[in-house]
Design a protein around this ligand. Structure first.
Ligand code: ADP
Length: 173
């Protein structure tokens, strides 16, 4: 698994992969952070398609659109949980957001995907915990569904990159 999952510091909008995952909100309304960056770089077509096809998205799930001006085929808009102290099902919902994204990408025939660190920005999920869940969930999915050749975590700042490097031990061999 370690040959497929890579941790990179960078801006997800610049990645050349088939699918970019967005950390969206349940209203699919656009927002700050990575969501703002993806809509800005991708152009208005993405929001137009979201509005036409979906009426929001439950926390822990995801929806897919085309990628507008981005160098990707699709954007998957995943809704992670807002951190509320940890006893409101946050770990399960976060794992589910990653799993649903991979399942959607697989369904659309994609083999390369880039994720941001879902929920650990504005949604306040502690980044060390979020990193563990992200890496455990993705590596387990890849073991069960060996269709992806590349899964990149694009981590925006040094603190987040360090947290994911620290949790990399949770990725199986
Ligand atoms: P959430 O609301 O799910 O917490 P955020 O967008 O606020 O989503 O933050 C998720 C992570 O994405 C944070 O680590 C944030 O620093 C990071 N981020 C912000 N902009 C980008 C970008 N352009 N590319 C990759 N990651 C980004």
């Amino acid at each position: 698994m370690k040959d497929k999952i890579t941790l990179i510091r960078g801006d997800i909008t610049q990645q050349e992969v088939e699918v970019l995952v967005n950390a969206a909100n349940a209203h699919l309304a656009g927002g700050g952070g990575v969501d703002g960056a993806i809509h800005h770089a991708g152009g208005a077509a993405i929001m137009k398609e979201l509005k036409e096809k979906y009426r929001g998205c439950p926390t822990g799930s995801a929806v897919i659109t085309r990628a507008g001006n981005l160098r990707a085929r699709y954007v998957i808009h995943a809704v992670g949980p807002r951190w509320q102290g940890g006893n409101k099902g946050e770990p399960t919902l976060l794992a589910s957001a990653y799993r649903t994204s991979l399942a959607l990408a697989q369904q659309y025939g994609c083999q390369t995907i880039a994720f941001p660190s879902i929920s650990t920005g504005i949604y306040g999920y502690p980044v060390e915990e979020g990193a563990k869940i992200a890496l455990k969930t993705v590596s387990q999915y890849l073991r069960e569904n060996p269709v992806f050749t590349t899964v990149r975590f694009i981590l925006f700042d040094e603190k987040t990159l360090k947290a994911y490097q620290g949790a990399y031990q949770y990725v199986g061999a």
